[in-house]
Design a binder for this molecule. Structure first.
Ligand SMILES: NC(=O)c1ccc[n+]([C@@H]2O[C@H](COP(=O)([O-])OP(=O)(O)OC[C@H]3O[C@@H](n4cnc5c(N)ncnc54)[C@H](OP(=O)(O)O)[C@@H]3O)[C@@H](O)[C@H]2O)c1
Length: 306
């Protein structure tokens, strides 16, 4: 139950694919007054129509919060944009206020930001958000780092859009983003494993096998049934043939692979999946593969394709 030691309002910056739906879920749950801001006005106007209070600027978000302890959530691209708004909020919030970073920020940036905030008396939480865009319907799993008192203060917000059993304070500042980084690296590895299996089925000894039927079946009680397998089922239903085999990576897989090397932790499957993405990003412009073809031609007279 919400008490005076828990927050009842929230400022929210960044209403993109994640932030907009997260706020919608918070408002649908009720009990939290939400002040929103977005760089382009439309997403904030949409939420205003649903009962949020719309601020014209990030500064106004802070001034429109009434609570003695203000809480502001950043849901912006990691890196420079989050840094800019973190710095701005540090200049606007005061001792005891809470600043939450929900971006996929690098955990080392997060540890540094926790120190900066702590020096100003601002309490910070880093919260890795999972579930993707589909979480708008299912709720958002949340992996947090920070101190327990601050976590308990914001629990009403967490409970309003999280999932029962799907949120936790996992350690001190940085731990939330660290766990989210490892989560995303595992995601790369799992996706690659599933993709390879379906590729073998498609090109294997039994071409009659219907891949959609397999995905559907595998989602019914098998060991590999999963959220990702559901995404395969959906993808096959809409068709993938018109997509280019290009897969971007957004950083967490690289950071996790680097961290695993620094710690001498074997991380082969997830790193291989990351490298497969790098290859996909180069496609026919992969200079290294051109050199491999040239070497094979030189030492073995093997054919090359132009
Ligand atoms: N998508 C996912 O599945 C997912 C899952 C978990 C976590 N995340 C993380 O959540 C964060 C937001 O992701 P998203 O998918 O919601 O991103 P998105 O749909 O691309 O939205 C980006 C948001 O940031 C704003 N923004 C971009 N550049 C800005 C700038 N220079 N100044 C101010 N605002 C700026 C955008 O405003 P405009 O509307 O004006 O462009 C928009 O509100 C990222 O850190 C991402 O890594 C994403």
């Amino acid at each position: 139950m919400t008490s005076s030691t828990q927050c009842t309002e929230l400022g929210f910056l960044g209403l993109g694919r994640m932030g907009g739906n997260m706020v919608e879920r918070i408002m649908h749950h009720g009990g939290i007054r939400v002040v929103v801001w977005n760089r382009s006005p439309e997403p904030a106007q949409r939420l205003e129509g649903m009962g949020a209070i719309r601020a014209e600027t990030p500064e106004q978000v802070v001034s429109l919060l009434n609570a003695p302890r203000k809480v502001v959530w950043l849901m912006l691209p990691a890196g420079d944009v989050t840094e800019e708004h973190f710095t701005k909020m540090c200049g606007l919030l005061g001792p005891g206020d809470v600043l939450i970073d929900g971006a996929n920020s690098h955990f080392r940036d997060t540890v540094r930001r926790h120190r900066i905030a702590a020096d100003l008396g601002i309490r910070m939480l880093d919260i890795g958000v999972s579930g993707g865009i589909i979480a708008a319907q299912r709720g958002y799993p949340l992996m947090a780092g920070g101190d327990r008192e601050t976590w308990e203060y914001v629990l009403p917000v967490i409970e309003s859009f999280g999932i029962d059993g799907g949120f936790a304070l996992l350690g001190p500042g940085g731990a939330g983003h660290y766990v989210k980084m490892v989560h995303n690296a595992i995601e790369y590895g799992m996706m690659e494993a599933i993709a390879e299996g379906f590729e073998l089925l498609r090109e294997g000894s039994f071409p009659e096998v219907d891949l959609s039927e397999v995905a559907h079946l595998w989602n019914h009680g098998t060991i590999v049934s999963s959220f990702l397998m559901e995404m395969v089922e959906q993808g096959l239903a809409t068709g993938v043939d018109d997509l280019l085999p290009h897969v971007d990576d957004s950083g967490e897989g690289r950071w996790a692979a680097q961290e695993a090397i620094d710690r001498k932790v074997p991380f082969g499957v997830n790193t291989l999946a990351l490298h497969k993405r790098f290859i996909s990003q180069r496609r026919e412009n992969d200079y290294g593969l051109k050199l491999v073809a040239a070497m094979r031609r030189a030492f073995g007279g093997h054919g090359v394709k132009r």
